[in-house]
Design a protein around this ligand. Structure first.
Ligand SMILES: Cc1ncc(COP(=O)(O)O)c(C=O)c1O
Length: 376
């Protein structure tokens, strides 16, 4: 039964958290997986990691996958594997987790921020084109909130200018762009398994996906101190290894990922239909391969809307309150990206996750629909 004005009060006694990671269908399988690792006595880069790499690659339409410590390392290892470093510029988006741009700085390269497309919320290819200069070595688009960046246009630019492309797929497990899996357009894609991600570990984890066997082998060596053989450090690597517990947990959850993604899509469709004639504006679904890691809405009174929802027991988050170039850590790389600046004041992420119930989403939609902006 859809919530009505009369039952709204009773239902709102229950709070609706932004996310619920406490229990899901995979819990039993995860417990079994953890026991299996404890009994094996092998805890870092063992059989579970190898199996998971193959299973994740197969599920994601990628030839190779290399398990690493987290998504940030996955990005920096791809850059390092491509020999991108000091003196090189990498064009990226101002609207993302700051870790995206930090990965560029980690290898000694310079992030150059190009503004975003106001509808898609990802790198605007025209802004990328304008930012290309003699030092540009690569473009690093982010498939933000679960929707792919405009990869055909970005690949076209990269081809014309001889640039590498590294895809930030940290929020885009199983996403596609015009039917093609993310991570397969450029040299490689970086995925995060931070617990809140569409496929989340019970700690940190990440993976590099690539169709380039040579790059995969190089990153396998780099993630483990640059060792090509035990105790033989061929190159200056890092310590960024996926552990067996995380890999086993991810293996237990992976078989559910497709159905969880479908649930995300149907919840998103519900919001689209039911928030259509309200004060909020919904970003476009430009590509049907969207996997809805997050569901942001635009509101010109974003902070008031967030407070109002909270007073009704509905918890939301802001992705992201500050464009990366405006972060203190990026003061040296400061540039003005007006579209990103504006959207950082407008976007509010509503609860959307596979454990969100029908009655919860109905209540969120109804409550949002009753928000009265002062400017109306
Ligand atoms: C778009 C994006 N890129 C990179 C990262 C970094 O991933 P991790 O936290 O696994 O290092 C995240 C996660 O916070 C992210 O959302």
């Amino acid at each position: 039964m859809p919530p009505t004005q009369t039952n709204l009060k009773v239902m709102s006694v229950k709070e609706i958290p932004f996310l619920n990671l406490q229990s899901d269908k995979a819990t039993e399988a995860m417990e079994t997986a953890i026991q299996r690792v404890l009994k094996s006595g092998s805890f870092v880069l063992g059989a579970e990691v190898e199996e998971f790499e193959q299973e994740f690659a197969a599920a994601s339409g990628l030839a190779q996958a290399v398990g690493v410590g987290n998504g940030t390392d996955a990005l920096s290892l791809i850059l390092k594997g491509l020999n991108i470093g000091p003196g090189d510029e990498v064009i990226t988006t101002p609207l993302s987790a700051a870790f995206t741009a930090m990965a560029i700085v980690m290898v000694g390269a310079t992030p150059v921020f190009a503004d975003i497309d106001a509808e898609r919320l990802t790198l605007n290819p025209s802004a990328v084109s304008a930012a290309i200069g003699p030092k540009t070595a690569a473009i690093l688009p982010v498939h933000l909130f679960g929707q792919a960046a405009d990869m055909p246009a970005i690949m076209n630019l990269a081809k014309c200018h001889g640039l590498a492309v590294i895809e930030d797929c940290c929020q885009a497990h199983l996403a596609t762009c015009e039917g093609r899996p993310v991570g397969t357009f450029g040299s490689g894609g970086a995925f995060s398994f931070y617990p809140t991600k569409n496929l989340g570990a019970i700690g940190d984890g990440g993976i590099v996906g690539t169709n380039d066997t040579v790059l995969a082998d190089k990153i396998r060596c780099l993630r483990n101190g640059g060792q090509s053989l035990p105790n033989h450090h061929e190159s200056m690597g890092v310590n960024s290894r996926l552990d067996e517990i995380q890999a086993a947990v991810l293996r237990a959850k992976l078989p559910f990922l497709r159905q969880w993604t479908e649930r995300r899509r149907s919840l998103a469709a519900f919001y689209r239909t039911n928030l259509n004639e309200t004060s909020v504006r919904i970003p476009a679904e430009v590509d049907a391969g969207h996997v809805y890691h997050l569901f942001p809405v635009h509101s010109t009174e974003r902070n008031r809307l967030q407070e109002y929802l909270k007073s009704n027991g509905i918890y939301t988050l802001i992705h992201y309150p500050t464009p990366i170039p405006q972060q203190p850590a990026f003061a040296t790389y400061k540039v003005d990206c007006p579209t990103a600046n504006r959207l950082c004041n407008e976007l509010l992420s509503l609860p959307l996750h596979p454990n969100l119930t029908d009655s919860q989403i109905q209540l969120v939609a109804l409550t949002v629909s009753r928000f009265m902006p002062t400017s109306v």
